[in-house]
Design a protein around this ligand. Structure first.
Ligand code: SF4
Ligand code: SF4
Length: 138
């Protein structure tokens, strides 16, 4: 019988050791989140101090994902309807038409994208108000 030593076959498993010194290809989610691109279309934000309650965002939405609701406090004296938009993320396709049409540019899309819930009603999303944040920063 003619035996042949398979050196390559013996050493092959040790090539896995090189991965000990490489950066991992996966993220430790949810502790580490994937960075989005600059123009990412994530969850909506509304600067209520600028929102005039015109309802154009609701009118243009082809998916009927926006309805206008009464806020606890109306932040803009020019908001004559005293309503602000709310989004249903069960319907939204993140086309961004609502933000494009917003005359005051109060409605924007953020780079937030993670929402996990067992409650279907939580996808009726009360858009976070960014006017507070701006006041804190200013
Ligand atoms: S992003 Fe598009 S689908 Fe979503 S609420 Fe705005 S207009 Fe409607
Ligand atoms: S978010 Fe913009 S388009 Fe929608 S009601 Fe307010 S001002 Fe009008």
């Amino acid at each position: 019988m003619n035996w042949k030593l398979d050196i390559k076959g013996i050493l092959e498993p040790f090539t896995a050791l090189k991965y000990l010194f490489k950066q991992p290809a996966t993220l430790l989610y949810p502790f580490e989140k994937r960075k989005t691109t600059e123009n990412y279309r994530g969850f909506h934000r509304n600067d209520q101090s600028k929102c005039i309650g015109c309802g154009l965002c609701e009118d243009i939405c082809m998916n009927d994902a926006i309805d206008m609701i009464k806020p606890e406090i109306v932040k803009n004296a020019k908001n004559s309807s005293e309503l602000i938009p709310r989004v249903d993320f069960g319907r939204c396709c993140w086309c961004s038409l609502c933000t494009d049409v917003c005359p005051t540019k109060s409605l924007t899309l953020s780079n937030e994208y993670s929402m996990v819930s067992t409650d279907p009603n939580s996808f009726l999303y009360n858009i976070p108000d960014t006017s507070k944040k701006e006041k804190q920063n200013g």
